[in-house]
Design a protein around this ligand. Structure first.
Ligand code: FUB
Length: 360
């Protein structure tokens, strides 16, 4: 059975770590088109999106984007997503109070970055927590940087330069059971992945018209990280998503091709690469037998939410699996999103039971 929670709205000084009360029965709010939401926002006093969840020391930490309203109209490049800082959420148990921690880092403290601190991720190794942050550099090119802290909630100190050879958006760092860590990343359209198709940055490569409908779709990238977790240990490789016959998914296959929002988890010895299809608003998964793939397209995880973007993470916590995602329930504006969580269930063969974010 799926359970839903809501967290009471509270006016709080955001400079302080704040534990927000309290699990309440769902009052069944409805979407703009009248459907009942499956789950309720984790918090209501900040807009947070792109939730990357991890369990550190038995507590659940969520590393989201912090959405703000900069008054920028929606466009296909995502200019309206004008975020400039990060804050971490945490909870001791699903459905329990959510703590909103103080400022983790602001773009002004990331020496190489200029704006648009988009979907982050985090990792832990040897007493250090790593926050991976995409942002536009001073030339407007998306890069990915890292910042470190001795605390999972920061404050984080940024490295002076972005990760060498990094580009585009949406880093997701996966640490395998052998101790190796890998970064998956990339996003097309506003995420600029198409501008790197030739191997170097080509601003003329277009923004949304990728001209690849009958060619293999542009791939997310994966690179093993150096032991200090701060650089790529190798040039990024393509994350190939193939169909049941082993053929690459084509660019014109908008319901299956990669768009953005990579995630990786391992279950039963198999590697699940999960991602968003962007303009068709699905979260999908593909399964491989090693961290590099290829990954066989397997199905949908989440049908479209309210709002243009769909982004997520999947984590095991206390033996149960959880999907973190976002929607625009509180604002009905694409750039002001709220993070949610719901339980994820698997079939006996390891396939995922797809989730509808609405109950009717
Ligand atoms: O939050 C900004 C961007 O929107 C993210 O990087 C994408 O994944 C999409 O959620």
């Amino acid at each position: 059975m799926r359970t839903h929670w809501t967290v009471a709205m509270a006016a709080v000084p955001l400079a302080l770590a704040t534990t927000l009360a309290v699990a309440q029965p769902d009052a069944a709010p409805r979407s703009a088109d009248g459907r009942r939401f499956l789950a309720q926002p984790l918090i209501k006093d900040l807009y947070v999106a792109d939730p990357s969840a991890h369990v550190f020391n038995g507590r659940l930490y969520i590393y989201p984007s912090h959405d703000v309203d900069a008054g920028i109209p929606d466009d296909d490049l995502g200019s309206q997503y004008a975020m400039h800082d990060y804050r971490v959420l945490s909870m001791a148990r699903p459905g329990g109070p959510v703590t909103v921690h103080p400022l983790a880092i602001d773009v002004k403290d990331i020496p190489w970055a200029s704006k648009q601190t988009w979907a982050p991720d985090a990792a832990y190794k040897n007493g250090v927590y790593y926050l991976y942050m995409p942002a536009r550099d001073k030339d407007g090119v998306f890069r990915i940087g890292v910042a470190t802290s001795r605390s999972p909630v920061g404050p984080f100190k940024a490295e002076p330069e972005p990760i060498r050879g990094s580009y585009s958006i949406d880093p997701a760092v996966f640490s395998d059971s052998d101790g190796q860590s890998y970064m998956y990343f990339g996003g097309i359209w506003g995420g600029q992945l198409q501008r790197w198709a030739s191997g170097s940055y080509d601003p003329a490569a277009g923004d949304t018209d990728l001209r690849q409908d009958d060619k293999p779709a542009l791939s997310a990238k994966v690179a093993r990280l150096t032991p200090d977790m701060k650089q790529f240990a190798e040039p990024p490789r393509d994350v190939q998503i193939v169909d049941a016959a082993g053929k690459p998914i084509l660019g014109g296959d908008h319901e299956r091709r990669f768009f953005e929002a990579s995630w990786m988890f391992k279950r039963g010895g198999r590697y699940y690469f999960t991602y968003s299809t962007g303009d068709t608003h699905l979260l999908n998964y593909a399964i491989g037998d090693n961290p590099y793939g290829p990954f066989r397209y397997t199905g949908h995880i989440l049908s479209p939410v309210q709002g243009w973007t769909s982004h997520h993470s999947i984590v095991q916590f206390r033996k149960r699996w959880w999907l973190f995602y976002h929607d625009t329930q509180l604002s009905n504006k694409n750039h002001l999103r709220s993070a949610k969580m719901t339980e994820l269930f698997f079939n006996a063969d390891g396939t995922i039971k797809p989730i509808d974010p609405f109950t009717d």
